[in-house]
Design a protein around this ligand. Sequence first.
Ligand code: ZN
Length: 344
Amino acid sequence: MFDNIVGNEQLKATLVRLRTSGRLPNAMLFAGPEGVGKRLFAIEIARSLVCRVSENGLPCGECPACVRAGEFEFPRADARDDFKKVIFSNHPDVATVAAYNRSIFVDAIRDLEREAHFRPYEAAARVFIVDDADKMNDAASNALLKTLEEPAATTHIFLITSRPDSLLPTIRSRCQVLRFAPVSVEETERYLIETRGLPKPESELAARLANGSIGHAVALDLPEFRGRRDRLLAALTSAIDTGDRVLLLRTTEELNDAKNKDSFEDNLGILESLIHDVWSIGIGQASSDVVNTDIPEKLTSLAKNANSKNLPEWLTAIQTLRENLLVNINRKMATDALFMKMAA
Ligand SMILES: [Zn+2]
C-alpha cells in the first residue's frame, strides 16, 4: 500500500496498522500543505476497502475494483449543478465531493449524507472523500456534522484540507486528524528522477523550487521559470555590478505589466531566492546548498561583487513589500521603491 506515493512514511505505517488491524476510524481528517499527496492517500485507503483480491486489508492495486476506485471523471468547470451531488468514481462505493469555485455546495453534502446511509453496493464499505473541506460554509458544515455524528459502520469519510483551522472545531473533533508534512527535497528529487525520468540537474532545481510539494514539483515548467529568472537575474546583476537604473526601471515596468499580474508574487519570490542565494554563498555556504543549483558560477561571481550589507536589507525590503501587498498599497510604486533602493 502507498508504494507509488512519496513521503510521509510514518503516516503510511500508521494507516497500514489501522487498516490491517481493522481499527480504521470512520471519519478522518487529512491536514497538511497542498500537493503532498493527501488525496492519493485517501484513494489508496479506499482501494484497500474495496479490493476484491486481497485478504490482509491491503489493496492489490490491480484488480478491477482497485483500478475503478481511482478513476474519476470530474464535471466540466462550468457545470455548476453537477457539483451539487457527490461525484462517483467508476466504483459505485467510492465517491468524492468537490468545491465549485470557492465553496462546497450544501446540496453536495446533503447528497453525501444520503449516500452515506446506504449499504455498500459491491464492496464491504463505502468511501467518501471531501476535497478542500475548508470550503464548506456553515450550512454545509452543519449538514456534514450530522453524518459524522452517526456514521454507518460501513461508511468511511475522509476530509482533506490544507487549512484545518478554517474547519468548525466540532467537525475537527469528530475526526481522527492526521497531519501531513511537506515532502523533503531529497524525496522529491528521487521521485522526479526515478518516476518522472527527469535528468539530475533538472530534478535538483525543481525539488528545491517545489517547497515540499510533489504536485508543485511535477507541475513546474522549468523553461518558463528560467525565462523569468533570467530577467530578474539581469536586474539583480545591474543592482550589484553595473548600477544600470534604466534596466531596473524596465524590470519594474515588466513585473507590473497587466499580463504578469498573476505572477507578481511568484516573481518576487524568484528575486528573493536569487538574493538569498548570493548572500548565502557570500557568507561561505556551499553553492550546492542554494535554491538555484543550476547557476553556481553566476551566483558566485555576484557574491564576490555584492556589498554584504545590502543583501539582507534588500531581503527585508521584499518582505515589507509583500506584507504591504496585503493591505492594498499601490503595487507599482512599491516595486519602484524597492528597485530604486537596490540601485542606490
Ligand atoms: Zn485489488
